[in-house]
Design a protein around this ligand. Structure first.
Ligand code: FE2
Length: 294
């Protein structure tokens, strides 16, 4: 069966004031994502491959470079929200400008080297589209009015995803090959094919639901060190974690912030936004015999 792709529309939900929003050093503002992905095509594709192309603005390399050390200095990540100038409208013009020259470049057949860079640029843009949504969701979640970004809340129901059931997959111990081995696209950190030894383990076919995780919370597992790795126990205490990111308890009822705003917690929905530590503690708790939990 073909997967059904859901189209995310921001129509009627965008607010220009959101474009520079950066609620934490580890997220980037929407405007930065838009400019950075554009800069990638300008710097990596147009400048080396289109002779007639002239740099749109010399300051953009400093403002919108991310981690490409070979391409010079750049603004610190935690200061990206300070870039209120150039204005968002200017960045949208920059995108149109680069799009126009990309179309001109693609009127001629692409060399293998150019084709590789184009595929990289498109995958890079896709990666930033995902980041744009997750970063914006994080920043908007700090707004006490719980803003809506889209009509589609992106919360998936486990039954709808057809992953219910109690089956477990057994993986035998042995030496496994890790790393990208196909012909398709992969980012550089997915290469470096190597072998690694795995102990035997079991993994459930069914994804964990909010309702199952709620039982973990109600069992006071966030207050019991025996389920947590030592580092995880420090993490939940240092960050006063008592629930997954975006969950809220208001007047005794559970809610979760989604990109459609604050909604009652859907107990059938697939759990999301938990850390490695929370996933590990939940897995340990859920496989611990009930008599030992007390
Ligand atoms: Fe990037």
């Amino acid at each position: 069966m073909k997967p059904e792709f859901k189209r995310l529309s921001f129509a009627n939900c965008w607010n220009r004031e959101d474009f520079s929003l950066q609620a934490a050093p580890f997220v980037s503002p929407p405007k930065w994502h838009l400019a950075h992905t554009t800069w990638f095509f300008e710097e990596m594709v147009l400048k080396p491959f289109l002779k007639a192309y002239k740099t749109y603005d010399d300051t953009y390399a400093f403002l919108f470079n991310s981690y490409y050390n070979s391409l010079g200095e750049r603004i610190s990540r935690h200061e990206r929200g300070l870039i209120t100038r150039p204005a968002s409208a200017v960045i949208l013009k920059y995108r149109s400008h680069v799009d126009k020259f990309m179309e001109r470049l693609l009127e001629s057949p692409a060399s293998p080297e150019l084709e590789t860079l184009l595929i990289l640029g498109i995958n890079h843009e896709q990666q930033h589209q995902e980041l744009l949504i997750t970063d914006l969701k994080y920043s908007l979640s700090h707004n006490p009015t719980y803003p809506k970004l889209s009509d589609l809340n992106l919360i998936s129901d486990r039954d709808a995803e057809n992953t219910q059931g109690d089956d477990w997959i057994s993986i035998s111990e042995g030496v496994y090959t890790i790393g990208h081995q196909g012909d398709g696209f992969a980012f550089d950190n997915e290469f470096g094919v190597h072998r690694t030894f795995l102990e035997s383990f079991e993994i459930s076919k069914a994804l964990v639901t909010n309702g199952e995780y709620l039982k973990f919370i109600e069992a006071a597992a966030y207050h019991d060190p025996k389920y947590w790795l030592d580092d995880g126990w420090s993490w939940i205490n240092n960050n006063t974690m008592t629930k997954p990111l975006y969950w809220k308890k208001i007047n005794g009822d559970w809610f979760q912030y989604t990109i459609s705003g604050l909604m009652p917690l859907d107990e059938k929905a697939i759990l999301s936004h938990v850390s490695f530590y929370e996933a590990q503690a939940f897995a340990f708790w859920s496989r611990t015999p009930t008599t030992y939990r007390i």
